[in-house]
Design a protein around this ligand. Sequence first.
Ligand code: ZN
Length: 418
Amino acid sequence: MYKCSEDRMADKIKTMSQFGDAGHGGITRYSLSKENLMARAEFKRRMEAIGAKIKTDDMANMYATLEGSDPTLPAIVMASHSDSVRNGGNYDGILGVMGAMEVLETVAEQKIPHKHNLVAMIWTNEEGSLYPPAMMSSGVICNDYLPEEIGKKFKHEDMLASTSVLDKTKTFKEALEASGYKGDVANRLNPKDYKAMFELHIEQGPILEAANNDIGIVTCVLGMINYRIKTFGQSDHAGTTPMPYRKDALYAAAKLLQYLHDELDKLDKALVYTTGEIVCHPNVHTVIPDFVEFSIDARHEDPKVIEQVVEVIKDMPKEIVGCTTGYERAWSRDTVYYDEKLVGYVTEAVNELGYSNQRINSGAGHDAQFVSYMMPTTMIFVPSKDGHSHCEEEFTPVEQCTKGASVLLNAVLKCDAQ
Ligand SMILES: [Zn+2]
């Protein structure tokens, strides 16, 4: 078994954490921003130093290739993203990039023999925090393979036209052109030239830490549904309308949300569901709301449980505190299972290394989930302290980051041997 270097990993974490350092422990590193270009330059510098060849595709995804003994074989790629959310942490995404770099550095330093080309890759704009949507590049690159309902939300032209949330006059296309990293469409990740993709990532939840496990063997990305729940009332003056005369759509929405929680809590305990968005009309403090719409996002591995959620929504009261109710299915996604063979390599690698581990599913979306529609793909998780992510408190000890990289390395070598 080969092991990665904790010192070299610590050095990468320290260096990358400077690019976009917000001054209080975390980073803001939007895709293709000045800070992000610094992280990309560091990736290029370190990868060229070990003899890897750099190329980019038309979405500015970066590929650092370390040639194998038979370069005619399809390559094995390890990928994640280098962008962050606003005031994000030093691990989400970039850990997978640093893990991939660390694997190539270990292979180069220890002269580990391998047949296939090994590639460390950076996905552009995974977070979509400056130019929405999230998982933009993998959505474009894997578009022909995605289910239609998902694929239509990631059409190439629409993505290029995405405007900056900070400056509506700037488009993603302009940022791409200005970045210096826009390359050839022929360089895109594809199932002919690439054999498999691995993504190392932080868990972004509390499960591994609570179980005292160093490694999560990811088996699937949870299926999910997204509904818009609506209540319709009557707008009237806030001061002149006695309470019994009101049809308050917001009060109805509050009652309905409570009802949904009560009913959904009766379903399988692994179900997670969230209302994260609410629209209230006219949203004026002197007017009784006449219309409210809120989101409900529910996730579970088993489609039967998702169906039960749909039944709860269909059976909700049609009228509540004098208001009528309605719902609309926004979108859904089936559970995506990662490649059994690759999951097997990860399992063998982690057990041979003797690291504590468990099987786990992913509740969050990742580029790997889109890639899995195109070619064999899997993920490896390491713990997130207190389950925090997408915030400055995000933390994973360097020992666990390095263990994650070592599992990645040995799983990739098992894939290489086949
Ligand atoms: Zn991420």
